[in-house]
Ligand binder design. Structure first.
Ligand code: TRP
Length: 541
């Protein structure tokens, strides 16, 4: 059977950018950028993209285009049917399959949240929930502690000051003269004062006292909401995750949508869907970014991305940037190879690689501009794992005019970004089964759909253990290892010259080819080994 081809240049670029732009851009990149102090980290990341990501992208697309096979077949074609390099292809197929299984679980959450946004679940805390939250012991403690903090931070009345001092005199059992204690209270800051009270078991008394006063104030309600809303959204998220049937249901729905696209093939399925979804994705990112930039913290966000806190950049950050550059570009597992295998012979690999890399980077930076202002306004830290997309952001978005609508758009964006990635994940094992096992497309797609759905169930049941663990193994070990072997293959087995015609045919300058060759032979293999080695090290120590 003749291999299907993309119908034109744009189709490949859209599909490959769709694969690259995913949860990695919307969630992981802003989060690691924040953790590593912004500014300098972004610079390191961009360097990784140029030195490693871009050359690797050329290799994968090129190998696909030249072989017109799935990853296993591609290696077999160039290295011989019995070469051990086939196992590198196999590792890629396995990685794709594994990532697909848990990617679909997280993507399923976004569907649930589209629904939640639609029915307005984030708008306000329902009365019963509020009551239940308020009656909780932990909430009570938190409310009281917060009251103490707020009051000590404000100006105390003379009466309160005197009572506090009297208290302190009793605590110190008269061993200090009153004047000295007064001085002490002048000098102590809020935290020291609280710890002093706590040490002497007087904190509870003052907590209750200030809490009672707090309740008399007119802004008590908004103050209570400030404390309860995050509790509420965390509870919403945890309740949802605890509802295993629902989580698995959305996982099934998402996997089925992916299946429905893949079974229709390259032109009728993948291409048709990315032509609709990719422009929509750009539009959504643009709308949400502009919205965030209208907050008054946009300058802080931009400043953070340009300079930030360079001190937070540690040697590990560099490995993290490298690993992420790989993950976000969907490299190291043959996804780009598979998409490349449907290219026509006349297509320009270098230009397409540039497009995909630039698009992906652009969206990652825009995602930061979309998320940082919101985070900064409310003084939150984005380093709370994947949860931030599902706990912090919906509440914050809700506060804008048209908030409910924006929240819906946001989860629609997450869903679309995940879908255009998951179709490329599914296409890898499907093309393998079709090429190597001579399965019909329908049979291959059904098989992958069912088995990836089943493999995803443990991830759906246990986010903390299974999903996190699967992600770590796949993105920190399998992908860099796959990348390492792909560069060895290009650099030493078939030689970078295999791809030289891709440079010369379209008159790219020769130095670009030599840069590519250098990266494949020396730079990338070395760095990829470091990334994979670091995970193994981290696992054991
Ligand atoms: N690039 C995707 C993201 O940023 C994740 C990913 C990694 C991926 N490898 C892939 C997607 C392979 C599709 C195919 O979220």
């Amino acid at each position: 059977m003749r291999r299907e081809h993309w119908s034109g240049k744009l189709a490949f670029i859209l599909a490959a950018s769709g694969s690259a732009i995913g949860l990695g851009n919307l969630w992981k990149f802003p989060y690691i950028t924040y953790d590593n102090g912004g500014g300098l980290f972004i610079l390191v990341y961009l360097t990784c993209i140029v030195l490693i990501g871009f050359p690797m992208m050329i290799s994968e697309i090129g190998l696909g285009k030249l072989s017109e096979r799935n990853p296993v077949g591609a290696f077999a074609k160039f290295a011989g049917a019995h070469s051990s390099y086939r196992y590198v292809g196999a590792l890629g197929v396995i990685s794709a399959f594994l990532i697909l299984s848990y990617y679909s679980v997280v993507a399923g959450w976004s569907l649930e949240y589209c629904l939640k946004a639609l029915v307005g679940e984030f708008r306000a805390i329902p009365y019963e929930v509020k009551k239940e939250l308020l009656e909780r012991e932990a909430t009570q403690v938190q409310l009281r502690k917060q009251a103490l903090k707020e009051f000590l931070g404000r100006q105390l009345t003379d009466e309160e000051r005197q009572r506090l001092m009297l208290d302190a005199r009793l605590i110190s059992e008269g061993s200090y003269p009153a004047q000295e204690i007064a001085n002490l209270f002048q000098r102590l800051n809020k935290e020291q004062l609280i710890s002093h009270l706590e040490k002497n078991k007087r904190a509870l008394y003052w907590e209750n006292y200030f809490f009672a006063k707090m309740k008399e104030q007119k802004d008590y309600l908004s103050w209570e909401n400030k404390l309860l809303l995050p509790l509420y959204s965390t509870q919403l998220f945890e309740n949802f995750l605890g509802n295993k049937i629902r989580v698995i249901f959305w996982h099934l729905v998402f996997m089925a949508l992916t299946f429905l696209i893949i079974i229709r093939g390259i032109k009728g399925g993948i291409e048709r869907s990315v032509r609709v979804f990719m422009p929509l994705l750009f539009l959504l990112v643009l709308i949400l970014m502009v919205n965030s930039l209208m907050l008054d913290k946009e300058q802080e966000a931009v400043r953070f991305m340009l300079s930030g806190e360079p001190k937070k950049l540690k040697p590990n950050s560099i490995l993290e940037a490298l690993g992420h550059a790989f993950f976000t570009l969907s490299l190291g597992m043959g996804a780009m190879m598979t998409y490349g295998s449907y290219m026509s012979k006349s297509s320009d690999v270098i230009r397409d690689a540039i497009w995909v890399v630039v698009m992906d980077t652009l969206i990652a930076l825009m995602a930061c501009l979309m998320i940082f202002p919101i985070i900064f306004v409310y003084g939150m830290s984005p380093s709370q794992g994947i949860g931030i997309l599902f706990t912090t952001l919906p509440l914050e978005l809700q506060k804008f005019p048209l908030g409910g609508f924006l929240t819906l758009l946001f989860y629609l964006l997450v869903f679309i970004a995940a879908l255009t990635s998951s179709i490329s994940l599914m296409e890898v094992p499907v093309s393998y089964l079709v090429d190597e096992w001579k399965y019909s497309r329908a049979k291959a797609t059904s098989l992958v759909f069912f088995s990836a759905f089943l493999l995803g169930i443990p991830s759906a049941l246990s986010v903390d253990q299974f999903l996190t663990w699967a992600d770590r193994i796949a993105s920190n070990l399998f992908l860099p290892l796959g990348g390492f072997f792909i560069t060895l293959f290009i650099g030493y087995r078939v030689q970078p010259e295999l791809l030289k015609a891709e440079f010369t045919a379209f008159h790219y300058p020769l130095w670009l080819f030599y840069f590519y060759k250098f990266s494949m032979r020396y730079l990338t293999p070395f760095l990829m080994l470091l990334v994979a080695g670091h995970l193994v090290y981290a696992l054991f120590y």
